[in-house]
Design a protein around this ligand. Structure first.
Ligand code: OAD
Length: 234
């Protein structure tokens, strides 16, 4: 089976009603990114940051995977598929994808403020216990915090993601502005003879001047077109 690797960003969840970050009316226009998505912002005002992610988690419960997430999952049947996502939502999981690497963390999990990447401290949040409150403690006794990789923090899953990219026969980028590193640099690990595709309604500047097949469409329409191309090669 050929190895198919996706790199997804906020654009794939846009059709489920989740805001992107850098489009006009994106999240970073309403909330200063350094306040709610940096480790310094969290140290400065943990309550504000915890509340921001509590609200996003509540919103996530009201959303469902869209056709693009489902088409990505459907390709599991034809390819050895890995989904590397920058998204913190769980829509790829709910659509049925099996191998998912969350580069920027997971909204439905919480962890320790002292040791955020200690697996013993990472817990799942559920509809019964959805919100993190000030005073909630992780296993190591520190304040429980969202399991999100903030600016200024290491990206521990990058190594696993780079390994997947290095093994790709086909690499598909969907709905990311490729502004944030190291995620945006993942494409540089893809073998030179692999097929590269990009699905995004807007032009995206791909680093390293690579030869890429661009499908300038929204995620669902673009995935329908990609399915046809990939299944015709089978
Ligand atoms: P951005 O908001 O930077 O980019 C979203 C991309 O999705 C843009 O290229 C849009 O053109 C595209 N897009 C919009 N609607 C679309 C649709 N219907 N179908 C397909 N694409 C569409 O979001 P990301 O690149 O994902 O990190 O942002 C990367 C990281 O920056 C995020 O993971 C987040 C943020 O800071 C953290 O919070 C740690």
């Amino acid at each position: 089976m050929k190895k198919l690797v996706f790199l997804t960003g906020a654009g794939i969840s846009a059709e489920s009603g989740i805001s992107t970050f850098r489009d006009s009316d994106g999240l970073w226009e309403k909330y200063p990114v350094e306040q709610v998505a940096s480790i310094e912002g969290y140290y400065r005002d943990p309550a504000l940051v915890i509340d921001f992610y509590n609200k996003r988690r509540e919103q996530l419960l009201t959303t469902v995977p869209n056709e693009a997430h489902k088409l990505v999952a459907a390709l599991d049947e034809h390819f050895d598929t890995t989904v590397v996502t920058q998204n913190v939502d769980d829509l790829h999981e709910r659509a049925g994808s099996k191998h998912i690497i969350h580069l920027h963390g997971e909204l439905m999990k919480a962890t320790s403020s002292a040791n955020p990447n200690d697996p013993r401290c990472i817990v799942s949040l559920t509809p019964d216990k959805l919100n993190i409150e000030i005073g909630d403690k992780a296993k190591d006794g520190s304040q429980l915090r969202p399991f999100i990789v903030w600016f200024g923090e290491a990206v521990p899953k990058m190594e696993e993601a780079a390994k997947a990219a290095m093994e790709a026969d086909i690499f598909v980028i969907i709905g990311t502005s490729l502004n944030v590193y190291p995620a945006a640099g993942l494409v540089s690990y893809v073998p030179r003879d692999a097929q590269l595709y990009l699905i995004d309604p807007k032009p995206v500047k791909v680093p390293y001047g690579l030869d890429i097949h661009t499908i300038q469409k929204g995620a669902t329409e673009g995935m329908r077109e990609l399915m046809e191309i990939l299944l015709a090669q089978q």
